[in-house]
Design a protein around this ligand. Sequence first.
Ligand SMILES: NC(=O)C1=CN([C@@H]2O[C@H](COP(=O)(O)OP(=O)(O)OC[C@H]3O[C@@H](n4cnc5c(N)ncnc54)[C@H](O)[C@@H]3O)[C@@H](O)[C@H]2O)C=CC1
Ligand SMILES: O=C(O)[C@H]1O[C@H](OP(=O)(O)OP(=O)(O)OC[C@H]2O[C@@H](n3ccc(=O)[nH]c3=O)[C@H](O)[C@@H]2O)[C@H](O)[C@@H](O)[C@@H]1O
Length: 480
Amino acid sequence: MVKICCIGAGYVGGPTMAVIALKCPSIEVAVVDISQPRISAWNSDHLPIYEPGLDDVVKQCRGKNLFFSNDVEKHVAEADIVFVSVNTPTKSQGLGAGKAADLTYWESAARMIADVSKSAKIVVEKSTVPVKTAEAIEKILTHNSKGINFQILSNPEFLAEGTAIQDLFNPDRVLIGGRETPEGLKAVQTLKEVYAHWVPEERIICSNLWSAELSKLAANAFLAQRISSVNAMSALCEATGADVSQVSHAVGKDTRIGPKFLNASVGFGGSCFQKDILNLVYICECNGLPEVANYWKHVIKINDYQKARFVNRIVSSMFNTVSGKKIGILGFAFKKDTGDTRETPAIDVCRGLLVDKAQLSIYDPQVSQDQIQKDLTMVKFDWEHPVLLKPASPTALKQVSFAWDAYEASKDAHGICFLTEWDEFKTLDFQKIYDNMQKPAFVFDGRNVVNPDKLRQIGFIVYSIGKPLDQWLKDMPAVL
Ligand SMILES: NC(=O)C1=CN([C@@H]2O[C@H](COP(=O)(O)OP(=O)(O)OC[C@H]3O[C@@H](n4cnc5c(N)ncnc54)[C@H](O)[C@@H]3O)[C@@H](O)[C@H]2O)C=CC1
Ligand SMILES: O=C(O)[C@H]1O[C@H](OP(=O)(O)OP(=O)(O)OC[C@H]2O[C@@H](n3ccc(=O)[nH]c3=O)[C@H](O)[C@@H]2O)[C@H](O)[C@@H](O)[C@@H]1O
């Protein structure tokens, strides 16, 4: 029986391995992690991450051919294929701080693989890493390996949170990069056979190692660039009376452009877009390509501009002060159908409002109070855009309360902000919300989840990203 071990039981390692186990009953899959609470949660009824469909997949295979364990070394030693899916955050100190990927976790995983291995292994980069990481990993493995043969493959993951299971069941493509030597090609073939259990052959793309590593960074940069492009347009729409949804629709009808990923928003979040673009910027700078680096940097700059612009709209439309005013924050996760808050635009928007002394009442169906408190007080790495990034002080946290639902969050509020596009927000009873709010009652929609015309009929003053502005907002321009 082929044995797979995956180091890192996170958002990628957990779901990816669960799907491999489900689709390949003849393969034994062990997911290992240094974090005890994470592994205990994977072995319980309350999985450590919320992802639609994941419970079902895990329940079908756990204890049969899928195991979660803290015994990292044992499972690595026994495996034929070792996936490494550890976190690769942005470096916060030292050379390249604020841009370069921090490969500490990766390096320690590689050293451990070299130490405990007694048989040949295929080592698969599942984490997103800088181009040429495989070369560094190879050096670590071969210098410590006592003659054991290791083949390194790059097999980046393209799943998105909230749709991870769907994405894994039916991927647009699986990408495998390897050395173009007989041993390298054999290793690529072995991994290809794993995916071939359920992925059509034409969707399994093989390339050299560096192309695979760079394709992952490029894909995320292209996706984020689309959002920054549409968000840049949203500002122009507000200035001209165009409607960004209509513009996106018209632009997306061009088959060369396509309709997906053209939703204007308060800004993109998530653990990867910003981190991976910063990493790309750093690689460009290191390779003497400052113009290319600057090009990609602007994708993040527009994203910061969009978040700052949203906060300014709120403050300026409420007579230039939100001090002491209750504002309901509806949604905190970085997108719907996940409890993940990493780099969520809600952090920056809430911090911006707290600086202006607003009283926030926050509701999110999947994010805990503890998590929100941690996020608001955490020191975020400030890479050139100090606008809203100051962590909230313990005193500022006194301005924050938590609500059980959207109605409680909006009760007696002066304004409500939609920061995540949860489906439940589309069917709220807005008349009831309006009746219970202070007047004038404001809605700031950072996700275009509400129908502005219907809300205006009720009496709300509505700001929706990229949509024609109410006269009220035109009279109170937000200056950045
Ligand atoms: N979150 C996402 O949707 C996607 C993430 N990625 C990439 O996948 C990688 C992992 O991301 P996530 O799963 O979100 O991270 P995560 O933070 O959820 O999980 C990483 C896990 O690795 C564990 N770990 C770290 N060092 C270890 C070691 N030496 N031995 C054993 N366990 C160790 C940590 O305890 C943690 O549980 C990152 O490089 C990320 O860029 C790629 C595609 C999608
Ligand atoms: O490397 C990664 O981590 C992953 O990053 C993204 O996935 P994810 O961050 O989970 O979620 P997305 O659906 O891409 O959304 C990212 C952010 O962009 C925002 N977004 C997305 C689409 C859009 O049209 N507008 C928009 O503002 C979302 O609300 C969210 O805040 C990519 O979509 C995945 O392919 C990739 O594997």
